[in-house]
Design a protein around this ligand. Structure first.
Ligand code: FES
Ligand code: FES
Length: 163
């Protein structure tokens, strides 16, 4: 599909296992499209400059900053947001670990951190603490001091059985 500024374009993508077709403004960010177009408000927007990681989602399995992408760039892609982690009433192992080990306080950073951790889990099923800290280096948290987050990620990965 050709990109053309200032116009509406139709995109087709898969979001959290649902096939979706929408017409979007060519200049709308992926973060705004997820939040406003699809009402998936678990994707948080902090800086809108690629610095904080709050808007992280998975695109074709890779952790990306949805504030830096245009919705039209997701055409044909598979997107996972935090709303896609649980299966029915069953939380993902990473979510259970954050709950059990108090890996969050206000929770603003948590969706982005969970998606970053999920990408790490799929790349490295047995990461070291150092690898977890490196992976989370672009996800800012103003509340926790990170120790509980790192422990929750390590526990969640260990109990996830690769999912
Ligand atoms: S809102 Fe996207 S990186 Fe901060
Ligand atoms: S828990 Fe508040 S910003 Fe991380």
């Amino acid at each position: 599909m050709e990109w053309s500024p200032g116009r509406q374009q139709t995109i087709r993508l898969c979001v959290n296992s649902h096939d979706i077709e929408r017409t979007v403004e060519a200049r709308q960010s992926l973060a705004d499209f997820l939040r406003e177009g699809l009402r998936l408000t678990g994707t948080h927007i902090g800086c809108e400059q690629g610095a904080c990681g709050a808007c992280t989602v998975l695109m074709d399995g890779a952790a990306v900053r949805s504030c830096l992408l245009l919705a039209v760039q997701s055409n044909g892609a598979t997107i996972t947001t935090v709303e896609g982690l649980a299966q029915g009433n069953r939380l993902h192992a990473l979510q259970e670990a954050f709950h059990k080990l108090h890996g969050l306080q206000c929770g603003f950073c948590t969706p982005g951190i969970l998606l970053t951790a999920l990408a790490l889990l799929r790349e490295q099923p047995h990461p070291t603490e150092t690898a977890v800290r490196e992976a989370l280096g672009g996800n800012f948290c103003r509340c926790t001091g990170y120790q509980a987050i790192v422990e929750a990620v390590l526990h969640g990965i260990a109990t996830s059985r690769g999912r």
